[in-house]
Design a protein around this ligand. Structure first.
Ligand code: ADP
Ligand code: ASP
Ligand code: MG
Length: 392
């Protein structure tokens, strides 16, 4: 009978030192001893991708995208080899593969590529030899064989896509928190751990900055019915399962996105700036129109690219962050949130709504406090429900 197959992904903190790699090996060995075939995806050791990025930026503010991918993909290659050595030493033979060796093919969008196809034959052969297979996360190759990377946090997407291609029984994302919470538990101490979270909520949380899962990984799992679980490398808890059931609460979660930058132009330039951003692969988080001046909000990490093109036209820059309420009634909460935050001297600079969320742009200094205030009102207590019911 065919053994069950599990894909386990370990993030940067989980493989951050040799001791931690040994702890990771124990999780893998347990899964193997439980009778599973195991495919492992690893991230670069914590801090490594940033270190490599820093080296590139010492050479060029906007490094050539192809060479940046060659550089950044090296981080994951270090982790996979160290983990394979550790498993071998513990008596569990393992084989490490780069994205290219694992036949992970992407489109040509360097630095933010999308996986188009995985030919699993190499992995299948290694599994048939009873080996543990370790694949470098965050990377693939384009049709020319050039290395590409999947965008920051992309190892989650490698894991989930591999799990789909291999028809794995579960994709387990091991990280440095013990599951998915209603908000980042490092910011909001009263955040609640969720035994399960529905796909629409998780997708919107990931889209709006909850980096516990990379957005394309959630989308892929949703579209392809991949059983997806987030759990801790550092304990043995069950973690959180991402699955179909819809969250019944008006607000299901809060997402925090830091390191944004609001860039002001004369209003007449705004549409061409937005167009150029699309062409350059710069994500526009929002635009703020005005009579004379308008602004676009982008990620700080992409500012150098924009500056290269529009240097003379940029009038002012200001750092920004976004706090997003996710839930089917979040869009009704703008005035209540405004009042609540104003009582604590926190100003909403700008907001956007859609059917699933309300996104508030705030100063970097106020976001943690704002997250705690809104979480207490809308999630930890039922204040919103009470007020809503009184009004109805
Ligand atoms: P890894 O290196 O394992 O991929 P990440 O740093 O990318 O880990 O993601 C895990 C982090 O995501 C946690 O340490 C936590 O601070 C953050 N996070 C943000 N939002 C949430 C949330 N809703 N639930 C859990 N963790 C969250
Ligand atoms: N190492 C990459 C990053 O830091 C990918 C990942 O960790 O998922 O973004
Ligand atoms: Mg991550």
């Amino acid at each position: 009978m065919k053994k069950p197959l599990i894909v386990q992904k370990f993030g940067g903190t989980s493989v951050g030192s040799i001791d931690r790699i040994e702890a990771v090996a124990k999780h893998i060995i347990k899964a193997k001893n439980d009778g599973n075939q195991v495919v492992v995806v690893v991230s670069a050791m914590s801090g490594e991708t940033n270190r490599l990025m820093g080296l590139a930026h010492q050479i060029d503010n906007v490094p050539p995208a192809r060479e940046l991918d060659v550089l950044l993909s090296a981080g994951e290659q270090v982790s996979m080899a160290l983990l394979a050595m550790t498993l071998g030493k513990l008596g569990y033979p393992a084989r490490s593969l780069t994205g290219g060796q694992a036949n992970i093919v992407t489109n040509n969008q360097h630095n933010d590529a999308t996986i188009t196809h995985i030919d699993t034959s190499v992995i299948d052969d290694l599994l048939a030899q009873d080996l543990i297979v370790i694949v470098a996360g965050f990377q693939g190759v384009n049709e020319n064989g050039d290395i590409t990377t999947l965008g920051r946090g992309g190892s989650d997407t490698t894991a989930v896509t591999l799990a789909g291609a291999l028809s794995a029984d579960e994709c387990q994302i091991f990280t440095d928190v013990d599951g998915i919470y209603t908000c980042d538990p490092r910011v909001v101490a009263s955040a609640q751990k969720l035994a399960s979270i529905d796909f629409p909520t998780m997708e919107e949380m990931a889209r709006k900055g909850a980096k516990v899962l990379h957005l394309p990984s959630v989308q892929y799992a949703w579209n392809n019915n991949v059983p997806l679980r987030v759990l801790s490398t550092f304990d043995n808890g069950p973690g959180s399962l991402v699955k179909g059931e819809v969250c019944p609460r008006p607000v299901c979660g809060l997402a925090i996105q830091r390191a944004l930058i609001s860039v002001r132009f004369e209003q007449t330039y705004i549409s061409s700036v937005v167009q150029q951003c699309q062409m350059l692969g710069i994500q526009v988080w929002s635009t703020i129109p005005g009579d004379q001046f308008g602004s676009v909000i982008i990620s700080e990490a992409q500012y150098a690219k924009l500056n290269l093109l529009f240097k003379d036209k940029i009038i002012h820059i200001e750092s920004s962050t976004a706090l997003t309420l996710v839930g089917h009634q979040a869009k009704e909460l703008i005035s209540m949130s405004n009042e609540l935050l104003a009582r604590h001297m926190i100003k909403i600079a700008h907001f956007d709504v859609n059917d699933r969320s309300l996104m508030l742009f705030l100063s970097a200094e106020s976001i943690d406090k704002a997250a705690n205030l809104l979480h207490d009102s809308y999630i930890a207590t039922n204040q919103f429900l009470e007020i809503h019911q009184k009004r109805a």
